[in-house]
Design a protein around this ligand. Structure first.
Ligand SMILES: *Cc1c(COP(=O)(O)O)cnc(C)c1O
Length: 404
């Protein structure tokens, strides 16, 4: 560890951030200086177990050596070509990701929100070209309490006031239904419906599960009505829930996967839309693009991140340790705990009181997590976490609750 700086440094940095940075976040008040695996270290040299994993972007653990090496090697060769020229990483990234997803084609972007936007454009154009939906009339069904990102179009179909307030006017063409409500989905379908966009588990809304069987039935209903089932697996995908993709836990293949976050193991923004050749075939040169999308550095990093996910047993670890964590947390009987729900290493502790003060106490005890939706504590450690580290955290979680 480097020289431990004075405690005042953290406060000074926080003050600078508050003055010079826009305040669109409310972070916990400690300042990270370095990280390794499941652990974070602050400027005062204190260590914490990371139970947020940057919203599941670091499923592979912080600074995974193999991904770090890929980043270094690629940065030594070429970082950005733009798509005006070909590069030697993009083809292999597309092939490897498509095969992993049991799909045929990949459209690479950078952030999750961009990939969602790309999926929206895909569905609309597909609806117009293949389903003869009149120009500019395509509808996409979305779920209440969704979180798909922060662009104006996406926040426009959010049901969360905080995401929308003051940002209109918004893009038309989105039809909300209650999450997990199959009859509502059926009722909302019209001849102009081109897509149904959903999260298999609503993470930002507080780790909300649809009724068992919903995903399979919804995808089937979409298929019968020639509507694209678009699974936003940006947070649930790549092992978080104990299967490679949450849709696969119901043996269901959507028409489109939207991926991001752990696709690059926390090193670099990489997102993608993954689908069939027929569906992604709606794009011709000039119809869509991104300067950084599919750049060689991003592709090399993502290829390493995918290899780590597959070859290092992360999915199995998530399933095995997640089941144990869930069981142990359910054994904590405490009057402020309403429910503990989860799948794999994605767990929500639903409280009868605001979650933020509990998260602050957990932070003081060395366990970092963030409230999601006022009353829910999300626990989502890197999937590389060891059972010993998980037990270390569990001990602290138990003692924080017993002190309340
Ligand atoms: C994080 C997230 C997004 C947005 O990704 P960004 O990279 O922050 O733009 C979209 N959908 C889901 C389900 C997410 O969790």
């Amino acid at each position: 560890m480097p020289e431990v700086p004075a405690a005042v440094d953290a406060d000074a940095l926080i003050a600078i951030e508050e003055q010079w940075g826009a305040r669109n976040y409310h972070p916990l008040d400690f300042v990270v200086e370095r990280a390794s695996g499941a652990w974070l270290f602050d400027v005062q040299g204190r260590k914490y177990l990371d139970f947020l994993s940057a919203y599941s972007a670091v499923n592979q653990g912080h600074r995974h050596p193999r991904i770090l090496q890929a980043l270094r090697d690629q940065a030594e060769r070429v970082t950005l070509t733009s798509r005006a020229f070909r590069n030697d990483q993009l083809p292999l990234f597309c092939k490897e990701l498509a095969e992993l997803c049991r799909m045929e084609m990949v459209l690479p972007m950078n952030t999750g929100a961009e990939a969602v936007e790309t999926a929206i454009k895909t569905a609309r154009r597909w609806g117009h070209q293949k389903k003869q939906i009149p120009m500019d009339r395509a509808e996409i069904i979305v779920c209440q309490n969704n979180f798909h990102g922060r662009t104006t179009t996406i926040t426009g179909f959010s049901s969360e006031l905080a995401y929308r307030d003051g940002f209109g006017p918004f893009t038309p063409g989105f039809v909300p239904i209650p999450f997990g409500d199959l009859p509502a989905l059926e009722t909302a379908l019209t001849p102009n419906t081109c897509g149904f966009l959903f999260e298999p588990i609503q993470c930002e809304a507080g780790i909300l599960f649809p009724p068992r069987g919903f995903i399979g039935q919804a995808v089937e209903l979409c298929r019968r009505n020639r509507v694209l089932a678009i699974a936003d697996e940006i947070q649930t995908g790549l092992g978080r829930t104990g299967t490679l993709f949450e849709c696969w836990s119901e043996n269901t293949q959507p028409d489109i996967f939207v991926l991001g976050k752990a696709l690059s193991g926390g090193f670099y923004p990489v997102s993608a839309v993954v689908s069939s050749a027929e569906i992604l075939g709606v794009f011709e040169p000039g119809s869509h693009g991104s300067t950084y999308g599919g750049n060689p550095l991003a592709c090399a990093v993502a290829r390493a991140a995918l290899a780590v996910t597959q070859e290092e047993g992360l999915v199995e670890n998530s399933q095995r340790l997640g089941a144990w964590l869930l069981e142990e947390l359910r054994a904590i009987r405490h009057p402020i705990i309403r429910e503990v729900r989860g799948k794999g290493l994605l767990v929500g502790i639903d409280l009868a009181v605001p979650a933020r003060p509990v998260c602050e106490r957990l932070m003081e005890a060395g366990v970092l997590c963030k409230e999601t939706h006022e009353h829910v504590i999300r626990l989502a450690p890197p999937l590389v976490i060891s059972k010993d580290d998980l037990a270390w955290a569990l001990e602290r979680i138990v003692s924080v609750f017993s002190a309340i």
